[in-house]
Design a binder for this molecule. Structure first.
Ligand code: EPS
Length: 378
């Protein structure tokens, strides 16, 4: 499976092409729209979210909602269109880069004096396409009872230590949250923190946790570095704009602990087969899924655009100037978590298809059942 996204932040459409996706999978457009709606929500999002009404048009790859095995093309129309492929556009050029954004390295790399030509593609608006692809993958995975959820762990230095029981628990708790959070007490403080940053014309990052349940033991492999499941997941999560850290299971905590106190001991029972009573590994050992829930964490840096701008230098005259102030979010960790779910769904689907084949859902189901039967007989 290959996934391509295209489109500029203020171009006419954002588009996604999914190639190599199995034939015979039912895809509900409403499911994708729901995921897009989740991506737009969360306290701290900017004014653009009130302008857009992200909804998909699926223009290839489906017949009567069922995938044909041909490339799937998904379009999302932008409401805030300012650059047109034909006519002269309405956007002013920008020449003072924002620290921490792609502005300066992008302008240098592409020998560009107008930062507008860099930021239009570097904008996190591109993640609309990823959420679309993720939502398609999620619907494939549900055929095998593989489900994905996420929650906000922290905003700035307000960190929740509440651990969910399972995905059902996460889903029921985030329903009432304005920040994709499972800890109502800490959520209040997180919202206050965002409001303070808003008043101070500042920005914030955060931490989110992603849970993936139902993955059988055996996805990914140590046989080659790029097929390790943890490597693939980390790569996909790290590719989300503003993500600067990824942890699998205990992650950085492992480094402070002894093996005797940190490794998941192995048990066996006739009903469960092999199992662990702890899951510090985050459900992946040796680059292979263990069958336990996969647990990942991402750290997002504060949004790069500040309304109280930082020091910068004008690209044209090289004089010191304050960075460009443009419309942006104050905090987007809740949205980032939804994007992370989508990226995780892509990575798991790729590894799943690698193991069980990729032509048709019915063939994949046969291969999966045969493998699952073997697991039961262990
Ligand atoms: C975003 C759309 C963008 C930004 C934001 C996220 O729209 P606009 O630039 O028109 O306000 O609000 O992008 C960034 C944070 C960024 O750094 O580029 C979106 O749809 O998620």
């Amino acid at each position: 499976m290959r996934i391509l996204t295209a489109g500029e932040s203020h171009g006419e459409y954002l588009s996604t092409v999914i190639e190599g996706f199995p034939k015979g999978v039912r895809i509900e457009q409403d499911f994708i729209n729901q995921e897009l709606k989740r991506r737009m929500s969360g306290v701290g999002r900017g004014k653009r979210m009130f302008i857009e009404d992200d909804k998909v048009e699926i223009v290839s790859g489906l017949r009567n909602k069922i995938t044909l095995g041909s490339p799937i093309t998904i379009l999302v129309k932008n409401n805030d269109v300012k650059i047109f492929s034909q006519n002269k556009d309405e956007l002013p050029s920008l020449s003072v880069p924002r620290p921490a954004h792609a502005d300066l390295p992008g302008a240098i790399k592409y020998n560009e004096a107008d930062i507008r030509n860099i930021l239009e593609r570097a904008s996190a608006r591109e993640t609309v396409g990823r959420v679309c692809a993720g939502a398609v993958c999620k619907q494939f995975l549900l055929n095998f009872c593989i489900d994905i959820a996420s929650f906000t762990v922290g905003v700035g230095n307000i960190i929740s230590s509440v651990t969910p029981k399972n995905i059902l628990d996460i889903k029921s708790k985030i329903r009432a949250s304005q920040l994709n959070c499972i800890d109502p007490k800490k959520e209040k403080l997180m919202i206050k923190e965002i409001e303070k940053a808003q008043t101070g014309r500042d920005s914030l990052g955060g931490i989110a946790e992603i849970w993936i349940e139902g993955v059988p033991c055996g996805l990914g492999t140590f046989m080659h570095f790029d097929r390790r499941l943890d490597a693939k997941l980390s790569c996909y999560l790290m590719s989300i704009p503003a993500v600067k850290g990824v942890e699998v299971g205990l992650g950085f905590q492992y480094a402070k602990m002894r093996g005797s106190l940190s490794h998941d001991e192995i048990y066996y029972s006739k009903t469960k087969g092999f199992y662990r009573s702890t899951n510090n590994s985050g459900g992946i050992e040796g680059g292979i899924s263990t069958g336990e829930p996969i647990i990942l964490r991402i750290a997002m840096k504060p949004i790069a655009t500040l309304r109280r701008p930082l020091k910068s230098v004008n690209l044209i005259n090289k004089k010191a100037e304050k960075a460009q102030v443009i419309r942006s979010d104050t905090c987007a960790i809740a949205a980032c978590a939804v994007i992370a779910e989508g990226m995780s769904a892509m990575a798991i689907t790729e590894s799943f298809l690698e193991k069980f084949g990729s032509d048709t859902l019915s063939e994949i189901k046969i291969a999966y059942r045969a493998y699952a039967k073997n697991l039961d007989n262990l």
